[in-house]
Structure formats: structure tokens, C-alpha cells
Design a protein around this ligand. Sequence first.
Ligand SMILES: NC(=O)c1ccc[n+]([C@@H]2O[C@H](COP(=O)([O-])OP(=O)(O)OC[C@H]3O[C@@H](n4cnc5c(N)ncnc54)[C@H](OP(=O)(O)O)[C@@H]3O)[C@@H](O)[C@H]2O)c1
Length: 221
Amino acid sequence: MKSNFKIALLGGTGHLGIGLAVRFAILGHDVIVGSRKLEKAKMKANEYNQILEKLGEKPTIKGLANEDAAKQADISVFTIPWEHAFATAEFLKQALKDKIVISPLVPMEKRGKTFYYSKLPEGSAAEKLATILDSKVISAYQTIPAEKFARLNEKFEWDVAVCGDNDEAKKIVIELTNQIDGLKAYDAGPLAVSSMVESLTPLLINIMLRNKLKDLGVRFV
Ligand SMILES: NC(=O)c1ccc[n+]([C@@H]2O[C@H](COP(=O)([O-])OP(=O)(O)OC[C@H]3O[C@@H](n4cnc5c(N)ncnc54)[C@H](OP(=O)(O)O)[C@@H]3O)[C@@H](O)[C@H]2O)c1
């Protein structure tokens, strides 16, 4: 695997985006924060760079509109709420053609006090993304608690199930993920099993809410 990737975090201005952006930048990857608005992307990139500088790292993160971020990247992560991700995918289809796209999307809804996994006709959010894009879609990161992940001084040991139909792309995502201290990635099978992984997130949230816990991830032991 090459040592340096250009990684775009589409909608990387939100909860999951910040942790991935800063952690990938510390590892020496070229990180681009994408947003619907260029100004917001630049503002967030500036904010993330300040975090890097405080850690004594070079402020290398760029902010671009999602389309330019997707065009420049080798690997793009859809750090966008699932309801909005598919329209964004239609819009970015050309820019993402033949590239690796990571889906952390979790379709879920709240009924009463309980969260439920929202089944999609395509099978899962990652599979729906794959029907829209001509890209190598890899499903990963659904069970990473974003807020704890964003706090760089936190210690954690979380496993990441990675699914996908392109073996080479899946291997790259597994190796990339394993570079992040505290994450251990496993090959969980083809994209067709992504719903199993996606549905772990509402399960984790329900356990947290009912047992007054925070930041639960998963470990396969
Ligand atoms: N939060 C978690 O703990 C967590 C953990 C694992 C996986 N995930 C998954 O990761 C994805 C991102 O979650 P998040 O919590 O980071 O989301 P978020 O903070 O709510 O939103 C991320 C970004 O999405 C963009 N966005 C919002 N509405 C949009 C629209 N209509 N069209 C296009 N972009 C839009 C916004 O960026 P701009 O305004 O800059 O465009 C926003 O900053 C979700 O699919 C979620 O299921 C989340």
C-alpha cells in the first residue's frame, strides 16, 4: 500500500469528520475537508489545523467544496447524514468515478424512546450508495463514537468491521484504518452484509441511553 493518500471527508465539517480529518492528517495523509459551502470548509480546515499546530504537527488540512474535494481525493468518506448522502452521491458521481468511497452511513429512526435500523430496499445504505456511484464503495466506521474519537487525548480500543466487493479497495481501507491508534479493522465480508454492521449503531445507542453510558464502540473478542 502506498504511504500517503489524498483523503476527502465530504461533509467533514461535522461530528465524525473532525476526528477522521485530524487523525488522518497526523498520519501524514493529505486531508481535504469538504462542505456544501467553500467558506465553511475553509473555516473548519482552519479550525482543524489549529488543533494540529497545538499538537506540534504541520497544518496541512485543506478546505474545499465537496465537488472539488471529491475530484482531488483518492479516497472519499461520506461523513454526511444518511438522509442527505444519496442526493450528494448523485451530485458527485462523476467526481468519484472509479475511486474508493467509504460509507459510514447509518440509516436509523427514533420511535418513542428507541432507535431502530431503517431497512432500505437496496439492503443497506452502503449498497444504495453503490447503486448510485460508479465507485469502489467500502462500508466502515459506523460504530465509531464520533465525539470521543474527536478528543485526541482519549484512549480507546475499538474494532471496525469493513465490508466491500472490491478486495483491493477493502484491503486499503483496512490498512488505512489500522494506522489509527486504537482502531482494529477486520474484513467482515462483501457489501451485501453491510446492513449487519450498520444496524449495530442503533443497538449501541439504545444500550447507551437505557444504561446511562457514553461512547460505546464495539470489540470482537
Ligand atoms: N456521529 C457519530 O457518532 C457517527 C458515528 C459513526 C458513523 N456516523 C455516520 O457518519 C455520518 C456523518 O455523521 P455526523 O454525526 O458527522 O453528521 P453531522 O455532524 O450531523 O453532519 C455532517 C455534515 O453533513 C453535512 N450536511 C448536512 N446536511 C446536508 C445536506 N442536506 N446535504 C449535504 N450535506 C449535508 C454538513 O456539512 P456542510 O454544512 O459543511 O455541507 C454537516 O456538517 C452519518 O451518516 C452517520 O450515520 C456518525
